[in-house]
Design a protein around this ligand. Structure first.
Ligand code: F6P
Length: 351
């Protein structure tokens, strides 16, 4: 009998999701003869049995498109009364033999639990612009996001220079500073703040002041999850279904502190969802395609409870438990290297 596979995308969207969906659909259909059913709105679609028709025709060109044709939500079936039973029922009602969950720590975390608690044949595919999932060298979406952020930081340089200002650029990165570090290095920032390292405000202001003295402007890149005096800067007290606070505002807070302590005119810019939207980079299109085709192979192998991942140039299957067990935070040796280019350090190289 033909196998039926469900596929969903959960959590924040991310460039490259459509490449995964197409990769999975094409290989599952053409090589293995499976039927693929699109589940709309992430786990919400499994709780409420909401599907969308996806086929070789309507996915043929989606590799180039950002976002997700399946739409997404941050629904957590474990936080809804009867939610997990409803997911099991939808599996039965749709006669699904397997489910591919494309998502980050939250979506893959639910997949991992459903496999362990309910024996559902799940396969995960890692997604997040934050690049903080373990078990894989990199997540798709990160490259596109860093390219966008870098271009935006390039733009900030010219306006900062013209007005002789300090500009603080707040980028995403809830628990990990991958985006801030990579876009900060590529964008030649004078200071980079990441959640993994305690912020020394006096040191930051000293570096910014020195940089400003030499260049007549300065650029600071800051991860939204960086902490001031050990605390998260949040928009409000509300938590989402996975218990996350809504971060945001550290850029503005820092700008005020910098202006006060250095006397330099300082403004802030929040890149926000601009860095998560738009067309995927070529790298993310290829990575997404390969992870999607790997997921089809994993179904054929019965690799349940595992996640498609990238290791060097090879796609591999790793246990979902490993992927969601701990976050992959920024390798601090990268951050240390970036410090040679902070503020006056960079300028001292001229001497
Ligand atoms: O997907 C991860 C992420 O991009 C985080 O970096 C960020 O904090 C969060 O999503 C924002 O999510 P939302 O769009 O739901 O506010």
């Amino acid at each position: 009998m033909t196998k039926r596979i469900g596929v969903l995308t959960g959590g924040g969207d991310c460039p490259g999701l459509n490449a995964v969906i197409r990769g999975l659909l094409y290989k599952a259909t053409k090589k293995y003869g499976y039927e693929v059913v699109g589940i709309k709105y992430g786990w919400k679609g499994m709780v409420k049995n909401i599907t969308v028709d996806i086929n070789l025709e309507n996915t043929e060109d989606i590799v180039r498109e950002g976002g997700t044709i399946l739409k997404s939500s941050r629904t957590n079936p474990y936080k809804i009364e009867g939610g997990v039973d409803a997911v099991v029922k939808t599996m039965q009602d749709l006669k699904l033999d397997a489910l591919v969950a494309i998502g980050g720590e939250d979506t893959c975390g639910v997949a991992s639990k459903l496999y362990k608690d309910r024996g559902i044949n799940v396969i995960g595919v890692p997604k997040t612009i934050d690049n903080d999932l373990s078990g894989t060298d990199v997540t798709f979406g990160f490259d596109t996001c860093v390219n966008i952020a870098t271009e935006m930081i390039d733009n900030l340089h010219t306006t900062a220079k013209s007005h002789e200002r300090v500009l603080v650029c707040e980028v995403m990165g809830r628990h990990a500073g991958w985006i801030a570090s990579y876009s900060g290095i590529a964008g030649n920032a004078d200071y980079i703040l990441v959640p993994e390292e305690e912020v020394d405000v006096d040191e930051l202001c000293k570096v910014v002041k020195e940089a400003y003295k030499c260049q007549e402007y300065a650029i600071v890149v800051c991860a939204e999850g960086a902490k001031l005096a050990g605390e998260d800067i949040t928009k409000d007290a509300e938590l989402d279904a996975f218990g996350h606070v809504k971060l945001g505002g550290i850029g503005e807070r820092l700008a005020k502190i910098i202006e006060e302590k250095t006397g330099c005119e300082t403004r802030s810019t929040v890149l926000g969802h601009i860095q998560r939207g738009g067309r995927p980079s070529a790298y993310d299109r290829v990575l997404g395609t390969r992870l999607g085709t790997k997921a089809a192979d994993m179904i054929a192998n019965g690799d349940w409870g595992k996640m498609a991942a990238i290791n060097g140039t090879q796609t591999v299957a790793v246990p979902l438990e490993v992927a969601v067990g701990s976050l992959k935070t920024l390798d601090l040796s990268i951050h240390e290297d970036s410090k040679f280019f902070f503020g006056a350090n960079k300028l001292a190289a001229k001497v």
